[in-house]
Design a protein around this ligand. Structure first.
Ligand code: PHE
Length: 442
């Protein structure tokens, strides 16, 4: 069923929301957090949090967007039973936070384009020392970063300004299958490597003694980041859904796709690491430095892999970047009665400025202050959890229960009461505890 005018089809919505969820987090962050947190045990806890907290919070965003039919500020204002002005402000803050993520995410995408270039020209480094130097060089090369980031920024804004059907949906219908194909192809190759059984054992062998409080906390934080929760993205996308959509089924597909890509990229990366040497807990450099060097040493095949891998990574990042623009663009478009293109221009200017400041900080303009790390810390540990806290409290305490039931449309059956109590009591407390501990306050 398709909404008349500018809306998602059911499959378009699933692919676009999965496109937002599947991103650099799955390929870069998931394997290294898993590597640092002891493999299998982290994985089980991650799956549990995705199922019980992530999916539950995702449904709160969907219920708000789907019932409100607008971006976060308008939806939260109309649907709230009290405190309308406050909720409107919360909606603006949540939408703005996804633009802040965009401002540094676009820089990572610029670096990935740099790596595609290095792979195409056969210039990936052959030893880790040289690879580290190249990585540091790319990070501090302000001109190239600025140029590539500007191209990505202009491209993504143009796509989002075109609208849901013609812009966002079309992009995801093309890129998502491409990402899946590339990753599956690479997984098949990885399965033939000597290190594959070790990778399987690392990911799926559960050693409960490795589970510390820190592992649990980082799993909850990851589940928010990877499902793109807390920044009004799922909310804004859900406002463009056809009536009668089965929200529960959509969530199931999104969670499945997101988790599948995380597993596949983990298996692939660890198979390479265990076959060619390297440490699974190599941190952020795991992908750019460790993997880049391995590809370089594999000859022609390695270079083809490198191009395919970094291209898939770029595609995954672009479908996420696009989603980060929509909450604010939609809200400006609706509240100020301007076209999507005009809203895009209004928004692109401050976003580009913030990105430029971040690039300058990476180039050493503000001494040792690395704004990318600072913003990532602020987002992952403060704004996203706060956003998740806000939507659960909103749906649990400030929305008419009948409206919530209507949006869920009986599809949860007897699980409705379970979900509603998670949203009302368990999730807010848990998120608060996680947040305070991420901030080192408890
Ligand atoms: N989910 C995206 C990823 O895994 C990142 C993201 C976080 C996107 C928060 C939007 C909001 O890379």
């Amino acid at each position: 069923m398709k909404q008349s005018g500018n809306g998602f089809s059911n499959i378009g919505f699933i692919l676009a929301t999965a496109g937002s969820a599947v991103g650099l987090g799955n390929v870069i962050r998931f394997p290294f957090v898993m590597g640092e947190s002891g493999g299998g045990a982290f994985f089980v806890i991650y799956l549990l949090t995705i199922l019980f907290i992530g999916a539950a919070v995702m449904l709160t965003e969907m219920v708000i967007g789907y019932s409100g039919q607008a971006g976060a500020p308008s939806s939260m204002e109309t649907l709230s039973t009290k405190g309308k002005e406050t909720w409107k402000a919360v909606g603006w803050i949540m939408s703005g936070s996804s633009n802040i993520i965009f401002s540094y995410y676009v820089i990572l995408l610029a670096w990935i384009i740099g790596y595609i270039w290095l792979s195409l020209t056969g210039s990936l480094a052959h030893d880790p020392k040289e690879a580290t130097a190249i990585f540091e060089g790319i990070k501090t090369d302000m001109f190239t970063t600025f140029l590539f980031a500007a191209i990505v920024l202009a491209g993504t804004f143009a796509i989002v300004a075109r609208g849901i059907t013609e812009g966002i949906e079309k992009l995801n219908l093309i890129l998502m299958p491409a990402i899946l194909l590339i990753f599956l192809g690479m997984l098949i190759y990885a399965a033939t490597l000597d290190g594959f059984p070790e990778a399987l054992a690392f990911m799926f062998h559960v050693d409960w003694s490795a589970v510390t409080e820190k592992v649990v906390i980082s799993a909850v934080g990851m589940s928010f980041f990877t499902l793109s929760l807390g920044s009004a993205i799922v909310l804004a996308y859900s406002a463009s859904l056809p009536t009668g959509t089965n929200l529960i089924k959509s969530i199931a597909y999104v969670v499945l796709l997101d988790t599948a890509i995380a597993i596949v990229s983990g298996l692939m990366i660890f198979s390479f690491v265990f076959t060619y040497g390297g440490s699974p807990s190599a941190g952020f450099g795991l992908v750019f430095i460790t993997l880049g060097t391995m590809f370089a040493n594999l000859g022609t095949l390695g270079h083809i892999f490198a191009v395919a891998f970094f291209t898939a990574l770029l595609f995954a990042g672009i479908t996420s970047a696009v989603s980060m623009i929509e909450p604010m663009l939609k809200s400006i478009h609706i509240r100020f009665h301007v076209s999507r293109y005009r809203a895009g221009v209004y928004l692109a200017v401050p976003t580009a400025l913030l990105s430029t400041v971040v690039i300058l900080s990476l180039g050493g303009y503000f001494g040792t202050v690395n704004l990318m790390d600072k913003l990532d810390y602020l987002l992952s540990n403060v704004l996203l959890p706060l956003g998740g806290l806000a939507t659960t409290i909103f749906v649990g305490w400030f929305m008419d229960k009948a409206v919530v039931e209507n949006a869920v449309n009986g599809k949860l059956g007897m699980f409705f009461t379970l979900w509603y109590s998670i949203v009302k009591y368990i999730a807010p407390i848990l998120i608060l505890v996680v947040m305070l501990s991420l901030l080192g306050l408890i």
